[in-house]
Design a protein around this ligand. Sequence first.
Ligand code: NAD
Ligand code: GLY
Length: 350
Amino acid sequence: MREIILETAGVRSVIRCGAGAFEKFAPEIDGKVFVVTDTNVYRIYGGLIERTFKGAPVKVIPAGEKSKNGRRLFDILKAMAEADLKRNSRVVAIGGGVVGDIAGLAASLYMRGVRLVQIPTTLLSQVDSSVGGKTAIDFCNIKNLVGTFYQPQEVIVDPTFLKTLPAREIRCGLGEIIKYAALDKDIYSKLSGAENIKDLKFLGDITADCIGHKARVVTADEHDLNGTRKTLNLGHTTGHALELYFGGKSHGEFVLIGMYYEMYIARKLGVGGGEYFEKLTSLIGQVIKVPAYADLQGAVAAAGHDKKNESERITLIVPEREGRSAEITVGRDEYLKYLTECAKELGAGV
Ligand code: NAD
Ligand code: GLY
C-alpha cells in the first residue's frame, strides 16, 4: 500500500493506493456519507457499496459523459439536501471520471463545500482525474466549461476495481500513463522495461507513480497558473481536436494519437527525436494503431479553440527528452501541413 500526500492551500489530500485499499479504508470514512455512483458501477458493485456504507443514501446517475450536465448536477444537489447533509458530511464519489467530476462539483457547491472522498474505479480516473481537484460539468456544448478547483480530503485507489473494466477503458487509462512516461524519467524506464504494460498488477503499481507525479505538479501549480500543470496536457491539443472532429475512440487513445502527430511536428521543428521518440512511438504502438486521417481542416479549427492558445498560433506540449517536455507554438497553416504529412506517412490517401 502506498500513501501519497498532496498539500495545497488549506487542504491535505491523503491518497492511498494499492490492492485492498477499498476494503481497508472505505469503512473508516467518518461522518455522514452520501455516495454518488453510476449505473454500470452500481450494477457490478452495488452490493459492496451497500454493505460498506450501510444505510447511506446512494445517488446513481446514468453512466456516460452525457450525465455531466447542469440538470444532473442539480439532481445530485437536491438529493444531498433531501438527505439533510451537513458541512461535516462526506460526499463519496465511486466511479470513473464522470462521477468524480460531477460529484466533486456538487460537493464544492453544497453549503459552499462539504468534504469529498474520491474512490476512482477506472484506470483513467485512478491515474488522473480523481487527483488534483478539478471538477466540472459540460455546458453549452463545451466540455468542462463550468467547474471548480476542489481538493478531495481522501482518495482511495484500489486496482481491484480494474478487473471488471472493459479493454477499451484500459487503453484509455494507458493513454494517460504513457503521457506520464513522456514527462517523468522513472515512469518512462518502468514502462520501457515492462514485459506487458496491460498486466493488471503492473498497472496497479505504475498508477501510484503517476499519482505521485501528478501530486508534485499540482502542489507546484494547483490552479494551472504558472505553466507547470499545463504539462499534464502533453499530446492533448491534437488529441482533443481529433477526438472532437473524428470521435470513435476513447479519450486516452486520442491522447496517444495526439502525442504521435505532435511528435512528428516537434521533430520537424527541431525539438526531440531520435531513439527516445522511437521508444515512445513503440509504447504507443503497444496500445493502438495510430489512424491515418484525411481532411484535417476541421481538426485544425478545433485545435484553434484550445484553452492553451494565447494567440492565433496553436500551442502544443511535446516530449523533448527523457523527463522533459517543451511548449511549442505553430501557425495554423503549418499545423495543417504537418498533420497532413504525418497522416500521409501513416498511409492516408494511398
Ligand atoms: P467514465 O467515468 O465515463 O467511465 C468509463 C466507463 O466505465 C463508464 O461506462 C463507467 O460506467 C464504466 N466503469 C467505471 N468503473 C468501472 C469498473 N470498475 N468496471 C466496469 N465498468 C466501469 O470515464 P473515465 O474515462 O473514467 O473518465 C472520463 C471523464 O473524466 C471525462 O468526463 C473527462 O472530462 C474527465 N476527466 C477529468 C479530469 C480531472 O482532472 N478532473 C482529468 C481527466 C479526465
Ligand atoms: N488532467 C489534467 C489536470 O488535472 O490538470
